[in-house]
Write a protein that binds this ligand. Structure first.
Ligand code: SER
Length: 602
């Protein structure tokens, strides 16, 4: 029989469900429509409203091949089975068929020689054993027996194993029946069964019978108005186990990327070698980066949200390239290998290939500049460390803050030397950094600063805030002391600042403002924060609107000769963190008030 490949399994999946009256849902984005999670982590995610009862335009029997992205195990990527991006094959009944059809179709697809042709002796299934709310799922067990499974191949497990719900614990849920492939390895002990992770059993497919809903966290189960089926099969995993591979990286979807790395490094991919991990991390992360950049809603590297995940993936891959002694630009060749592999199924890649490569290259280059000095710093910090020592959170934070090293990268570097990382200490240092630059009295800017979603985002917002101060100082120098703030709004992408000014600013004036701010950034002056009385602040020449909203003390932020303002923070520690300042737009806001939008690189 022709070897099973990921391409072939995708083709079979389409053919099978089309033959059985299902319609394909195409092109679901990695970026979910609602923003409760950063990424699509399961094929069912785009279907939640329809599982809840809304009518789906494509009908009640659907299937998909959905790229999913999970970052909770990002540190584990590089072993033989963890991935960030993977493909989930799924079929759904939205209030249409239920247990009998779902189970019979699963059985047919898995065992029929026309499809996967798995020997039934290799299959074991698990079924929900029941609890105080939902009875034991004897219906599914009986259906599996009717298909041909022996009683000893059917296992009843509790809620922790055989119940599926979305990570948040809210929404549609239900008991599931999971299908395991027996790899043929000996049992690790006499009790070894599919709940054991010794490696004998590999879960290949999950059928969830979603007929319940949890409306709010911790609320009792409610019956949905319809009975749904939601199934999920991990594409790379199934291809890998059915071929008897020792890792998912041996499947065809990684073949060209691996061959590219072998050619560039002159090394053969081999799990027994210590560089195998770098090969795997590069393949996993660059593939994920290609899909994020090539998505219908493209993510680009940034310090916030999805963009920050992408940045972490690319930066970690750059570090693996460094370890393999190859030029990080080689990562683009790996990206091309993936684009070529996937472009038949993801036709939009043909069109967006230049964009993917350009963005990838830009991020690689940006980081390649910082990585060498960061590594030097890392080496000097850890010079005296022995295996088993722990890198403290403050230093891990410094590497992040000053050299752009995401925590995962620092963990990687430490792993090489057998050093641990104080992750909690890192979070703590991040919090302290934020608090240090935060003030309790005059929250003049606070209202205008967007709520940060994570640590990287708050650092970015603080830096944009510092840029706003520098820009106001520069505006006063260029236009005159009359310039006064009228409004400020900061999002992770840009700052927006409204100020008194009676004319449209000329190009020369704007360039001058930019130059002054960039001069302040190059000077890398510290941002000094002091508490004083409002009178003292006034006497020191600090700007700000002096009214009685300030209490007994105010906080004044000073940035060398460039700015002195009463403000509630938070700010960067020094102006160099901003890297580069650029005005994006100058326009009218209202009569006598102009508006500037600007951004920074840091
Ligand atoms: N929702 C289930 C899973 O993700 C089946 O699709 O495993």
């Amino acid at each position: 029989m022709e070897k099973l490949t990921c391409k072939k399994l995708m083709r079979m999946w389409r053919e099978y469900w089309e033959q059985n009256g299902h319609t394909e849902i195409k092109g679901a984005s990695l970026i979910p429509r609602d923003n409760t999670v950063l990424f699509t982590t399961a094929g069912m995610q785009p279907l939640v409203p329809y599982l809840m009862g809304q009518k789906h335009p494509l009908g009640t029997k659907l299937f998909s091949i959905q790229p999913c992205l999970r970052t909770n195990d990002i540190d584990e990527v590089g072993d033989n089975r963890h991935h960030t991006l993977f493909f989930m094959l799924g079929n759904w009944s939205l209030g249409d068929y239920f247990k009998p059809e779902a189970i019979r179709w699963s059985w047919d697809f898995l065992t029929n020689p026309k499809w996967l042709g798995i020997n039934p002796d290799r299959l074991n299934v698990t079924v929900f054993e029941g609890d105080e709310n939902v009875p034991r799922d004897d219906v599914s067990a009986k259906l599996w027996q009717e298909c041909g499974l022996r009683a000893d191949q059917i296992h009843f497990f509790p809620k922790k194993d055989n119940w599926w719900e979305i990570g948040s614990g809210i929404g549609p849920c239900g008991p599931d029946t999971e299908i395991f492939y027996d790899t043929g390895k000996p049992k690790c002990n006499e009790h070894c069964d599919p709940s054991c992770d010794c490696g004998k059993w590999v879960e290949i497919w999950n059928n969830v019978f979603m007929e319940f809903n949890v409306p709010t966290k911790g609320a009792p189960l409610e019956k949905l108005t319809q009975q749904n089926v939601d199934t999920g099969m991990g594409l790379e995993r199934v291809v890998s186990v059915l071929n008897g591979y020792s890792s998912t990286y041996e499947t065809d979807c990684f073949a060209d990327a691996m061959a590219t790395l072998e050619r560039i490094t002159g090394k053969k991919f081999d799990f027994s070698k210590d560089y195998a991990r770098d090969f795997c991390v590069i393949c996993d992360h660059i593939r994920a980066a290609v899909f994020l950049l090539g998505d219908e809603q493209p993510t680009t590297p940034s310090n916030v949200g999805q963009g920050y995940v992408l940045r972490r993936l690319i930066r970690r891959a750059v570090n693996c390239a460094r370890r393999l002694n190859i030029d990080s630009n080689a990562l683009s060749e790996v990206a091309v290998a993936f684009i070529n592999y996937y472009k038949d199924d993801f036709t939009r890649f043909v069109e967006v290939e230049p964009f993917i490569l350009q963005e990838l290259q830009a991020e690689i280059q940006k980081f390649a500049k910082a990585i060498d000095s960061g590594i030097k710093e890392f080496e000097s910090i850890t010079k005296e460390y022995k295996a088993g020592d722990t890198l403290d959170g403050k230093n891990a934070f410094r590497l992040f803050d000053t050299f752009g090293f995401p925590l995962d990268l620092t963990i990687d570097l430490c792993r090489e030397r057998g050093i641990n990382v104080d992750k909690q200490g890192f979070d703590q240092a991040m919090k302290e950094h934020q608090q240090l630059s935060r003030d309790k009295s005059g929250a003049m800017f606070r209202g205008g600063v967007a709520e940060a979603h994570d640590e990287a985002e708050s650092v970015r917002l603080a830096r944009l805030h510092t840029a706003t101060h520098l820009m106001l100082g520069a505006l006063k120098r260029v236009l005159g002391d009359y310039v006064e703030q009228r409004g400020s709004n900061i999002t992770p992408e840009r700052l927006r600042f409204d100020f008194l000014c009676d004319h449209k600013m000329t190009t020369d004036e704007l360039t001058e403002v930019e130059n002054i701010v960039n001069e302040a950034i190059s000077a890398n002056v510290p941002v000094v924060c002091e508490s004083m009385t409002p009178d003292e602040a006034k006497a020191s020449g600090a700007t700000g609107i002096f009214d009685d909203k300030y209490g007994d003390t105010v906080t004044v932020y000073t940035m060398g000769e460039y700015s002195k303002e009463i403000c509630g923070g938070p700010h960067a520690k020094s102006t160099g963190e901003l890297v580069h300042f650029k005005i994006l737009k100058e326009e009218s806001s209202s009569s006598g008030v102009r508006r500037i939008k600007a951004t920074i690189e840091g």
